[in-house]
Write a protein that binds this ligand. Sequence first.
Ligand code: SF4
Ligand code: SF4
Length: 453
Amino acid sequence: MQTLTFKRGVHPPDEKALTMDKPIKVILPKENSELFFPMSQHIGAPCEPCVQKGDYVKVGQKLGEAKGFVSSPIFSSVSGEVVDIRPVLVPLGVKSLAVVVKNDGKMEEYEGIKPRDYTQMSNEEILAAVKEGGVVGMGGAGFPTHVKLAPPPGTNIDYVLVNAAECEPYLTCDYRLMLEQPEKLIKGLQIVLKLHPNAKGVIGIEDNKPEAIKLLSDMVKDIPNIEVASLLKKFPQGSEKHLIYAITQREVPSGALPSAVGCIVDNVDTIISVYNAVCEGKPVMRKIVTVSGGAPANPGNYQIRVGMTYKDLMEQIGGFKVEPAKMVAGGPMMGIAMFTLDVATTKTSSALLCFTPAEAFIPPERNCIRCAKCVEHCPMGLQPFMLNQLSLRGDGEGFVANHGLDCIECGSCSYECPAKRQLAQSIKATKKIEMGKARAKADAEKKAAESKK
Ligand code: SF4
Ligand code: SF4
């Protein structure tokens, strides 16, 4: 099998040995513990709570109704009483309105959960099931999947790509899902292919997971429209644009979506969640989280209930053997540093990395030595040293003119920089400001155009 890849990128040590052989272990939230369900766990309009304080809710019962087209409903992952509706801290470090449910430990299932045969369902019914199942990009993006699966009319989709690269160091949750739930993954992909019958399904897996490549290749060998692609272990292979390039050699234009080049990309857990929502009638309520790094007493892969706090999870798996110096939600390249574990897990939680002081040490920033390593490795072909200077100068116009908005925030530039300049951090901050300005300008233009009608 040929090994596919993209241009530039970096090769950090994958550090997966700590957890890759650890089967997924189910962890249930403690009885009487409170679970927090933020109304914003996706890209798009936040949900509105559809329950009230004092209501009794069951596992799989809707707590938040999606109010916009780009939005996704939120469901309870336990049974118990709604004890509050208030803003809570989410991993991004901001607050979101959340429904708080006190777990009664009974795990009473909502009556609406019923299995279905997807072959007997129309495409509209499948899309409605994905939407009502609250499926979003589970790899971290959080984009509502029903929107992604229904591109604008006239779009020809000829590739449905399963992003099984899992290129972030330490993370092994998707790898374990591929080994432990391959039937659901394949069935989920077949459901998406039913919506796009002209497309070929390709499961792209990095070549540091030979067991998954072999298992899935054997399982799909007699399915004519599905194949497995072996990808070179390189970061950020799991970035949507770079996965598309590696498999199809197509380049997604700046600012465009994968559908512009005939592709739909969904990660492993998203495709399995499509299966769960369509065939089992189960909305997104659980998540597989890799706990790793040198500080946890028991690194591994854990199936948690969405809404549990990271604190509850760590208490149940034996806590720490060393006081962590740094905690990260997600991977070390693109994850978010956390200052407390008292934060709810969400649909997009994929990892909790807890590093010892030695692992967390980052040397101080020094002056740029103009070596151009950041340019050589940037997968988007940008000039990170220049974007860093523009960011530090507060030159937003220059930043945009130098394509700063195309940065995918992968951190490859910071990783390679010998002067340890905080390139990605500064670029990310300026990008956020400039995108905010662009959105505000677009809204103002839209309002002005509407007022003229
Ligand atoms: S500039 Fe952006 S896209 Fe390029 S390497 Fe740095 S973080 Fe990644
Ligand atoms: S890698 Fe670092 S030191 Fe080298 S040019 Fe880029 S910013 Fe400067």
